[in-house]
Each structure stands twice: as structure tokens, then as C-alpha cells.
Write a protein that binds this ligand. Structure first.
Ligand code: ATP
Length: 440
């Protein structure tokens, strides 16, 4: 295993335990014994997952003039998935172990059954990963629907709607965040691979000749997004797929990989999809999915560059990268060094004592901060214990209200990473915290 991944052999278990114990991620339907690698996001997890998605949306949509968003349906008719190629080719090679009868994805097991160690398997057969269901009360032909296995097709089927309604022209992109479903043969590694997950995808439509430039551009952008949000450079790398390994639609794919506890693995894929999707949907639907360039008096089918990320998988990588154990004044602590933009709470307001004298000013401080930051409020146990609890869930700032606060109108701001404390006047607290989080 690579040296950067060869850190704490228990890291994955520690993060899974922390996630459960502190309300990030729970196994679904746990009171019934759980349900096949599905997970629910708890009070802290939902905050963090929303923050991951908000950071993506901000960088991909809000800060750009050339990208717009959509939110398309999850249920789709077979025609979409026939045209996209998914009905025929969205498959994984399924094998059965001849000894213990477990089923595996052939390309993930290196010829040895992870359950019993046997090397005897059935011939691989193509297993389609799409969830099929029926829409409406009548069964049979015409009622079949599929849960989308990726969000991308919504961008292609809405290509002309978006062009006509926004007057964008290539190069421009359509972005979407939402749930996708894949009947994975072996879901594994916590939320790394689940059957229900959330994606953040963008289809960027460009003149064909410019596709290589934009492909490189988006690889760069996406790599830097993870760096900017605090994943250390040594835990990230790019992996370009060999031509022989490319998906049916791709003219080039590069993965952003992360050093997971089990080794380097995919975080996001950036693909040059050529004109595959628009051409397929044009032929199948009869709609003209082209762009007419008035200046050049030329009609063409744009090429598509697609950065496709997983929101849930990214959240897991951020958690793994942020998890640290260190010593503070001789005492060990667990700390999530999450970027403040991703942390479930940015600020915890902590009245030094439960005594009622402190309640008024503590509530005042909370009221001042709550419109601007996600805040926790905790009055139980010793202040040291409360700091540890906030460190463990990644809260960057603790604001402690003490008996002097009533008189001097000051509070103490404690930094999660350095544990340094500074006295700040309540009147200047918001500006102080905004300064430290670049939130102008
Ligand atoms: P794999 O080959 O590992 O099955 P893929 O290369 O088919 O995955 P893509 O279709 O490129 O994956 O999906 C884009 C992104 O969506 C992935 O990089 C990942 O972050 C996320 N993703 C895909 N499948 C899953 C899943 N089953 N669970 C969680 N996230 C997923």
C-alpha cells in the first residue's frame, strides 16, 4: 500500500464510529437490523452534506456566468436509457463463487473470493445496474420506468430547453446535484459505494475543436476544488484512463483519486464525452440537439466535458482527511480539521456555567451569530469536555461566555486547531469571526 494511505489501520473504523456516535451517518432502518448498505444522514451529517453540495454549487454555478443549474426527475422512461446506452451497456461483470455461492463483481476481487478464499467462479455475466420499477397502477409495457443511475441524462434531454430559455451559447454548462441509484453488486466501504447516493455533475458543451482544452481545464478546476477545501495535496492524485479502459461514450477520462484507507480510489471522474450523448438522443427522439452559431453561420453538435462527482463519497473523503488525534496539554483528543465551510457547525456558543445569570448574554451572543453561521449551543458538563466534543465534530470556533462577559461585554473565542483563545468584544464578534472565515 502507498505510504500516504498507510497511516492508521483503524482510521476507517474510527470514522465510521464517530459518524454514528455523533450523528453524521447512521445505518438505515437500524432498528430492523439495517438495510443493505443504505445510510441515513443525521443532524450533523445533513449539515455537512449540505455544505459539501453548497460549496460545489457555489464554485460550479454561482461564481460563473457560463454554467446554469437544473433539477431533473429521478424517474425516467426506458427511451432515455436506451438512447444513452445504459440499457445495453451499464453493466458490471457478475460472478458466483462455486464454493460459497456469494456473488461478486469480477473486476474487484482479483480472482479470489473475499468470503471463502476460493478461486473457482462461474463465467462472468453482464449484470445491469439500473433499478427498474413501474410508474402508475398498470403493470407491463408502457409502465416501465427506471431510477436514474446518473444525473447527466437530465442535462442532455433538457439541452434545447436550457438553450432556448437562457440564451447561453457554447462554451456553457448545465449542472445538477441529486440522488442516483445503482444496483451495485457489492456495495462497500461505508458510503464510498452505496446503491443510493448523491451526485454533483456538470455537462459543459463546447465547440468540438475546443474539447481538449476544456477537458484539461476542468481536470484542473476540479482537482483544485478539493485542495481548496482542505484535502492535503499528498492525498490527491490524477489518474488518466488508458484508451482500452474507457466507457462506451468516452474519448478521454481522468479520475481525481483520493488516498482512502484501502488505497488510491476514485473520488470524481472528468470525461470528454464527445458528441455521443447529444447525437444518441437526437437520433432516438428526432429532436435536433444542435447549436446554430450565427456568427459563423454554422450548425454543429457540441462536444461535452463532464466533471462527475459524488457528494456522499466526497463527504466521506473530507471526513477521512480531516480526522486527527493529537495531544492538548498532555491529554489526547480527536479533532476533525474540517474547512469551516464544510463543518456541521461553524460556531459553538458555550456559557461557562449553567447559572441563570449567564443565560441572557449567552442567548444574545447566539442570536447575533445564528443568522450568519450554523451554531451549536451547549451548557452541559465541564468546559474542557465541551471543547473536546466540539473538536471531535470539527467546529472551528467555540465562543465562551463567562461571568466577566456581563460586565466587560467580552467573550473568549477558542480556535479548534491551535486551541488558542482571544478575548473579543461582543460588539465586534461577528466582524471578528467573519474576518477569520473570509466571509465578507
Ligand atoms: P465505479 O467504476 O467505481 O463503479 P464509475 O466510474 O462508474 O464508478 P461514475 O459513473 O463516473 O462512477 O460516477 C461519478 C461519481 O459518482 C463517482 O466518481 C463517485 O464519486 C460517484 N459514485 C458513483 N457510483 C457511486 C456509488 N455506488 N456510491 C457512491 N458514489 C458513487
Amino acid at each position: 500500500m502507498d505510504s500516504v494511505t498507510d497511516t492508521d489501520p483503524e482510521l476507517l473504523d474510527k470514522v465510521i464510529n464517530l459518524a454514528k456516535r455523533r450523528g453524521f451517518i447512521f445505518p438505515s432502518a437500524e432498528i430492523y437490523g439495517g438495510f443493505r448498505s443504505t445510510y441515513d444522514y443525521g443532524p450533523l451529517g445533513v449539515n455537512m452534506l449540505r455544505n459539501v453540495k453548497a460549496a460545489w454549487w457555489r464554485s460550479m454555478v454561482q461564481m460563473r456566468l457560463d454554467v446554469v443549474g437544473i433539477d431533473a426527475a429521478i424517474l425516467g422512461p426506458p427511451a432515455v436509457w436506451a438512447a444513452s446506452g445504459h440499457l445495453e451497456t451499464f453493466t458490471d461483470p457478475l460472478v458466483d463463487c462455486r464454493q460459497c455461492k456469494e456473488r461478486w463483481r469480477e473486476d474487484k476481487i482479483d480472482g479470489v473470493c473475499p468470503n471463502c478464499g476460493s478461486t473457482e467462479f462461474t463465467e462472468a455475466r453482464a449484470f445491469n445496474l439500473m433499478f427498474k420499477t413501474q410508474a402508475g397502477p398498470v403493470e407491463g409495457e408502457g409502465a416501465t420506468a427506471y431510477l436514474r443511475p446518473e444525473t447527466a441524462q437530465g442535462m442532455f434531454t433538457n439541452f434545447t430547453n436550457v438553450l432556448a430559455s437562457t440564451r447561453k451559447k457554447p462554451p456553457f454548462g448545465i449542472a445538477q446535484i441529486g440522488k442516483s441509484f445503482r444496483n451495485e453488486i457489492t456495495p462497500q466501504n461505508f458510503v464510498f459505494r452505496t446503491r443510493e447516493f448523491e451526485q454533483m455533475e456538470m455537462e459543459y458543451f463546447v465547440p468540438p475543436a475546443d474539447a481538449p482544452h476544456w477537458y484539461r481545464y476542468w481536470i484542473d478546476q476540479r482537482f483544485n476544488w478539493y485542495l481548496d477545501l482542505g484535502i492535503p495535496a499528498e492525498k490527491l492524485r490524477l489518474h488518466e484512463h488508458a484508451a482500452a479502459d474507457l466507457s462506451h461514450y468516452s474519448r478521454g477520462t481522468t479520475d481525481v483519486e483520493f488516498a482512502y484507507p484501502w488505497g488510491w480510489d476514485e473520488l470524481e471522474g472528468i470525461a470528454n464525452r464527445g458528441d455521443y450523448d447529444l447525437t444518441q438522443h437526437s437520433h432516438a427522439s428526432g429532436a435536433k440537439l444542435e447549436y446554430f452559431d450565427q456568427g459563423a453561420n454554422e450548425r454543429y453538435t457540441p462536444y461535452v466535458i463532464e466533471p462527475a462527482a459524488g457528494a456522499t463519497r466526497a463527504m466521506m473523503a473530507f471526513l477521512l482527511a480531516a480526522y486527527h488525534e493529537d495531544l492538548v496539554e498532555g491529554e489526547s483528543r480527536t479533532v476533525l480539521r474540517l474547512d469551516w465551510r464544510l463543518a456541521p457547525y461553524q460556531v459553538a456558543v458555550l456559557p461557562l456555567s449553567k447559572k441563570s445569570e449567564l443565560e441572557g448574554v449567552s442567548q444574545e451572543v447566539l442570536g447575533l451569530l445564528q443568522p450568519h453561521f450554523a451554531c451549536d449551543y451547549d451548557v452541559t458538563q465541564s468546559i474542557g469536555r465541551r471543547y473536546r466534543r466540539q473538536d471531535e465534530v470539527g467546529t472551528p470556533f467555540c465562543v465562551t461566555v463567562d461571568f466577566d462577559s456581563i460586565e466587560d461585554r467580552g467573550v473568549t473565542v477558542r480556535d479548534r486547531d491551535t486551541t488558542e483563545q482571544v478575548r473579543v468584544p461582543i460588539e465586534g464578534l461577528l466582524a471578528h469571526l467573519r474576518g477569520r472565515t473570509d466571509q465578507g
